[in-house]
Design a protein around this ligand. Structure first.
Ligand code: ADP
Length: 756
């Protein structure tokens, strides 16, 4: 019979620290409090559990305030030998029962999670032993027959099966990508070679993804050693031919655990020696080390860890007390659960396969998208396209941007051009969006014409919002015919999709439009159907989060309330997700609207908060929530009514959200989608009626949709999809940021203590 006993939660971080642990702890604590459950933080990992006393502290709402943006873990972590022994775990049981804690949420790597599961298994015996010794009474024994364990994976390596992303991996990729971008510019200035070592003993995720994101020239990962024995010569030949065609810099990325086919380690110093002796090139080594672990968490590591922490509590409270340990992870952009020990076993199986030199199995166990990324990378690093296979049909394919610039557009163009050239196709670049297609500004693109584009923000090919009509269509048809364009890739947002749809709709009138057309979602607004995340949205979100961090710092000393206006047109994605990632107490979305009554309630809450010692208010609004109650109006209202209690300032973030170099996620997705789009154009080119489509990533799957279906998938008046997956996160954002009544309760308790 399953057993449900009252749960009291403990949350801890253990093993290596990872950025994103703090948002997870915050979400655990606040979700538990919202459910009226006592929650304790265990400081210093398992050491704190063994030592007990002040290492186990009851948390309140405010004890996890202001920690979201901080790297590492504010509750500390440690490696602890005593916890590995039964006597250590007996002491731990005693300490937990002192507070009645019988449900642990552990945020750590596979070691920490294995330890937690072992502890859970032993718990009934440990409790019985404490009773026998007379350390606990019969009631305590009966109230705590089982320990439940819920695991979240905190590890920058992304090395765990059971979750697509571990907490900290996205931030580590940010750090690595920033570092390699910087190295690339100095390397190019001096025409140098750089070897960069990144973390990953058994997992090549960081090395592989950072190589895709930065356009590096060679990569070594543990799961797939070089497939020739004399890899040294092979690598040197490829890098040398890169130089011969004009590359100014060469970057080799090596994962810590890289090896050759025989299992011998390959390290950065060794690669440097090889490059210097065989190529005579000045080569420098950079070992990124702990830089990868540090710093403020990325937007993803804030909002996803928040969702994970929230889900962990929901699970811990609803699971049977005697249930198996469960891992809460993220798969295909959704929170999932899996049996913890199964995930640990599969993770170990990958390490075992690598050690047994069974590399094929290791790659298979890593999964399809890892393998796809690896294949794409191998093509992208090639210096020059392979000679076309005899008899293979080659095409003339055009690539263009459309709509407002979005970070990642260049990355997508680069990938499409190189992957197309590699298959022997002629690649054409259309300049300035549909302006260029109308005016005939179309240029051939060669391999080196897109060199360095992976990391560049903006839109090197140019872009425009033009949607062709009337005479434009004749001009476009003529240009397509003259240039013999046999397939068109449109990388862009709302107006790009509209423009491409128009061409497809006009096929009856213009035979030239009867070519495959594919749209790739690229807009910071994330307002396109069929795709949960468009290219550029992650970069914009990170830009917002960085600025809001600064705004918050500027405001705490002065009792200020900030109203931050973010872009998105009528789509609230950026507003909601930046609210979740920064802990804003209120988010205003056009989807929900805003009434005067709402504003009055928000104002009343601000006043009560500041009366009770609140120092900072943060409200985030989408740019189009309401024309009447606009940002200026809201600020004036709050300022006037707030009197001397607080000042109000507005921050309209504007175009900084469209700028900036793309984040690793945007670069990786742009590359992945561009590869699929080129394949799509080639496949469709043979068909009598080639498709006009748009591509998207939905629940982790790449899918193609017919442009004819676009109208029924969107709310045209508000230029957003009818289905918006992220709307279901509103409630969590609301729960976690709503400071009342907890905030006030805590402040009153503090005040009373001071009086006493
Ligand atoms: P990570 O969680 O990052 O993999 P470690 O493997 O170093 O890090 O584990 C962190 C801590 O978890 C260890 O210091 C130890 O206290 C505990 N731990 C790890 N493995 C076990 C185990 N098999 N049994 C009990 N405790 C363990």
């Amino acid at each position: 019979m399953t057993n449900y006993t009252t749960k009291r939660l403990g949350v801890m971080t253990s093993g290596g620290d990872a950025p994103g642990m703090n948002p997870a702890v915050r979400a655990v604590v606040r979700t538990a409090l919202e459910r009226n459950i006592d929650v304790y933080a265990i400081y210093e990992g398992y050491q704190g559990l063994v030592d007990g006393g002040s290492y186990i502290q009851k948390m309140n709402w405010n004890s996890v305030g202001g920690i979201m943006h901080r790297g590492g873990t504010v509750i500390g972590t440690a490696r602890c030998a005593e916890f590995r022994s039964r006597s250590g775990r007996l002491q731990t049981t005693r300490n937990l029962l002192e507070h009645g804690i019988n449900s642990l949420i552990v945020i750590g790597g596979d070691g920490s999670l294995t330890g937690a599961n072992l502890f859970r298994q032993e718990w009934p015996d440990l409790v019985a032993e404490l009773r026998e010794r007379g350390d606990i009474d019969q009631v305590t024994l009966e109230q705590n027959p089982y320990l439940t364990v819920t695991g979240l994976v905190g590890s920058i390596d992304n090395d765990m099966v059971g979750t697509d992303m571990t907490i900290g991996a996205d931030t580590a990729l940010h750090r690595i990508t920033q570092a390699i971008d910087s190295i690339s510019s100095t390397a190019a200035s001096h025409q140098r070679m750089f070897v960069v070592e990144v973390m990953g003993r058994n997992c090549g995720y960081l090395a592989l993804m950072s190589a895709i994101a930065t356009g590096a020239d060679w990569v070594f990962i543990p799961e797939s050693p070089p497939n020739v024995d004399d890899w040294q010569t092979h690598m040197c030949q490829v890098l040398k031919s890169g130089r011969e065609v004009g590359r100014r810099d060469s970057i080799v990325i090596v994962a810590e655990g890289a090896r050759d086919r025989q299992g011998n380690p390959i390290n950065a110093e060794q690669i440097k020696q090889i490059l210097e002796t065989q190529l005579g090139e000045d080569t420098r080594v950079t070992i990124l080390g702990h830089v990868q672990r540090g710093g403020a968490p990325s937007a993803f590591d804030r909002y996803m860890s928040t969702l994970l922490g929230h889900a962990a509590v929901e699970h811990a409270l609803s699971a049977p007390s005697d249930g198996e340990s469960v891992l809460i992870g993220v798969r295909n952009n959704r929170i999932t659960q899996a049996p913890l020990m199964q995930c640990v076993a599969q993770t170990h199986a990958i390490a075992d396969a690598i050690n047994a030199q069974n590399y094929q199995q290791a790659m298979e166990l890593r999964g399809g998208s890892f393998q796809d990324s690896y294949r794409t990378l191998r093509t992208l690093v090639r210096t020059l396209p392979r000679p076309p296979k005899p008899g293979k049909k080659t095409l003339r394919l055009a690539v263009m941007n459309a709509s407002a610039p979005s970070p990642g557009m260049n990355t997508a163009v680069r990938a499409a051009v190189r992957l197309g050239l590699d298959e022997g196709h002629t690649m054409l670049g259309v300049q300035d969006g549909f302006n260029g297609l109308t005016d005939g500004n179309i240029v051939p693109m060669d391999w080196m014409s897109v060199s360095g584009w992976s990391a560049m923000g903006g839109a090197e090919l140019g872009t425009s919002r033009r949607i062709p009509e009337g005479r434009d269509l004749y001009a476009i048809a003529r240009n397509i015919e003259e240039q013999e364009i046999q397939g068109l890739l449109v990388i862009g947002g709302w107006s790009g999709y509209q423009a491409a749809s128009r061409l497809v709709r006009e096929r009856e009138n213009f035979a030239a439009f009867n070519i495959p057309i594919i749209c790739l979602p690229a807009t910071i607004n994330n307002n396109l159907p069929g795709s949960e995340l468009s290219i550029g949205a992650d970069t914009a979100l990170n830009s917002i989060v960085e600025v809001v961090d600064k705004i918050k710092q500027s405001a705490v000393a002065t009792h200020r309330c900030f109203v931050v206006e973010v872009m998105g047109r009528y789509c609230g994605y950026l507003a909601l997700m930046s609210g979740l990632s920064t802990g804003a107490e209120r988010v205003y979305l056009h989807e929900e609207g805003v009434t005067l009554r709402d504003l009055e309630a928000d104002l009343a809450q601000l006043i009560r908060g500041f009366q009770h010692g609140k120092r900072l208010g943060l409200l985030i609004r989408n740019e189009n929530v309401s024309n009447i109650y606009n940002t200026g109006f809201m600020c004036a209202l709050f300022e006037e009514e707030g009197g001397d209690l607080f000042e109000v300032r507005q921050a309209i973030l504007g175009h900084l959200q469209q700028g900036g170099n793309p984040t690793p996620f945007d670069r990786i997705q742009a590359t992945r989608l561009a590869a699929q789009c080129v394949d799509f154009l080639v496949q469709e080119a043979d068909k009598p009626t080639p498709a006009g489509s748009f591509i998207g990533l939905t629940e982790g799957q790449v899918r193609f949709f017919n442009l004819e279906d676009l109208p029924r998938m969107v709310d045209n008046a508000h230029q957003r999809p009818k289905e918006q997956w992220w709307m279901e996160l509103r409630n969590i954002a609301r729960i976690l940021a709503q400071p009342e009544p907890h905030f006030i309760k805590d402040k009153e308790a503090e005040a009373q203590q001071t009086v006493r």
